[in-house]
Design a protein around this ligand. Structure first.
Ligand code: URA
Length: 434
């Protein structure tokens, strides 16, 4: 078998066998197959596509190209959640303690990543002393006792995907659904979960701009998960406006704590209940989605979700007082409002632009080396469909730099579109695929 033969085969639209895909992935990871041949293969896949079996084989071979986490010391069914990313997405901070409060084990490996705000780990590091550098023993012990632990990505997870993603990025071959789906799922499968719930976002602030694309990606990922023997479901959710009201690390942590107390924004609570219900059913802690939802609502009412969050933060070195009194967390130097200049209804919030404004303020990373400012960001006081009067507060900006603050104010003003006509509110949950 040669790589040349495999490229010719795919160019003609034929199906690659399992052996051929493993040969290609192993050879590329070890440096035996050069970038130019792999680029040709990726482009051939862009034009010819892959069958579900090919996609599954690509995913598993990438998952097995490095460490595959062995979570067998953790009792029960391990359920993981993955979001394709969006603006103001603090879902994991609320969801993980809620399901953990019901005994669902969440053993998470998280990266920091690039983006308009930090990732889950950066947000959790808002708490003084919190660390994800915990030993395997502590990780397992915490999951068995509290049902939740988050470790930094120390293991060499799916190195084939890392190398291939970097190649796709510079050869115009990122936007092929089977390649995206196998890339995401290879990392999830290597992380050792028995069941996976996917939050696929769609809209201006998401990777998938159209509902059609989001459905196609979700369908591919669900099909890979099932073929790989994992219970998998995908929820498609709206990202045509930020999730909740807060964008920015500490601001999002505070909103997550409010939500754990049942006082959070309704869209965030609704998304968490929908994703959580699937996780609870997968973990066999409830028989139906309705029953799971009721149990999850109860964790907000009886304080058990917040209690679990507190235990989890403290078990990883964080300061308990800051969880119970989030007003103790540091604040930005300048907190200023953006006012509405005309009466009407909010018909659009340019979501990607809101993400870029958070990045401008210093809330995210442009390169892997960038330092994040945890205190900066925005609170959106008005959301899509809201009625507004002249002078109302549209948003509040938290900044540490006067020049950036002024630029952010102008850009937030421009990111809000106000119309005279009443605007119908959009559905948050667009579809569920199982
Ligand atoms: N995110 C990934 O992890 N992989 C892709 O291919 C695209 C987005």
């Amino acid at each position: 078998m040669t790589m040349y033969e495999l490229i010719m085969k795919k160019k003609k639209g034929e199906e690659l066998s399992k052996e051929e895909i493993y040969y290609m992935v192993e050879g590329y990871t070890k440096g035996l197959i050069p970038d130019y041949q792999m680029s040709a293969m990726m482009m051939a896949i862009c034009f010819r596509g892959m069958t579900p079996t090919e996609t599954k084989n690509l995913t598993i071979s990438m998952a097995q190209s490095g460490d595959v986490l062995d979570l067998s010391d953790i009792q029960g069914i391990k359920v993981d959640k993955h979001s394709t990313g969006g603006v103001g997405d603090k879902t994991s901070l609320v969801l993980a303690p809620m399901v953990a409060a019901l005994g669902v084990s969440v053993a998470k490996m998280s990266g920091r990543g690039l983006g308009h705000t930090g990732g889950t780990i950066d947000k959790l590091e808002s708490f003084t002393g919190f660390t994800t550098e915990i030993s395997k023993e502590t990780f397992v012990k915490n999951v068995n006792e509290i049902h939740i632990a988050i470790a930094g990505q120390t293991a060499d997870l799916a190195p084939a995907d890392k190398k291939l993603y970097a190649l796709r990025d510079v050869t115009g071959t990122v936007d092929q659904m089977s390649l995206i789906a196998s890339s995401i799922m290879s990392k999830k499968i290597a992380s050792g979960a028995d069941a996976i719930v996917l939050d696929v976002k769609t809209g201006d602030g998401a990777f998938m701009k159209t509902l059609e694309d989001a459905k196609e990606l979700a369908q591919e990922m669900v099909s890979i998960g099932k073929l790989a023997g994992r219970k998998t479901a995908a929820i498609i959710s709206d990202m045509d406006q930020p999730l909740g009201n807060a964008v920015g690390n500490i601001l999002e942590v505070k909103e997550a704590i409010d939500t754990l107390q049942g006082k959070g924004p309704k869209d965030l609570e609704e998304l968490v209940l929908t994703l959580g219900a699937h996780m609870v059913v997968f973990a066999e802690r409830a028989g139906t989605l309705d029953e799971a939802r009721e149990k999850l609502e109860q964790t907000l009412k009886d304080g058990s979700a917040l209690e679990t969050f507190k235990k989890f933060v403290v078990a990883q070195g964080g300061n308990e007082a800051e969880v119970l009194h989030p007003e103790l967390l540091p604040k930005a130097a300048y907190i200023e409002e953006v006012h509405c200049e005309q009466a009407g209804y909010v018909s659009n919030i340019q979501t990607e632009e809101i993400g870029r404004i958070s990045l401008l303020l210093g809330g995210g990373r442009e390169t892997k080396e960038s330092e994040i400012d945890l205190t900066v960001g925005l609170i959106l006081n008005k959301k899509h469909g809201d009625a507004v009067s002249r002078g109302d507060i549209l948003a509040t900006i938290h900044a540490n730099d006067k020049t950036k603050l002024l630029e952010a104010k102008k850009r937030v003003q421009a990111a809000y579109l106000i119309t005279d006509k009443k605007v119908e509110k959009r559905d948050l949950i667009k579809a569920v695929l199982k």
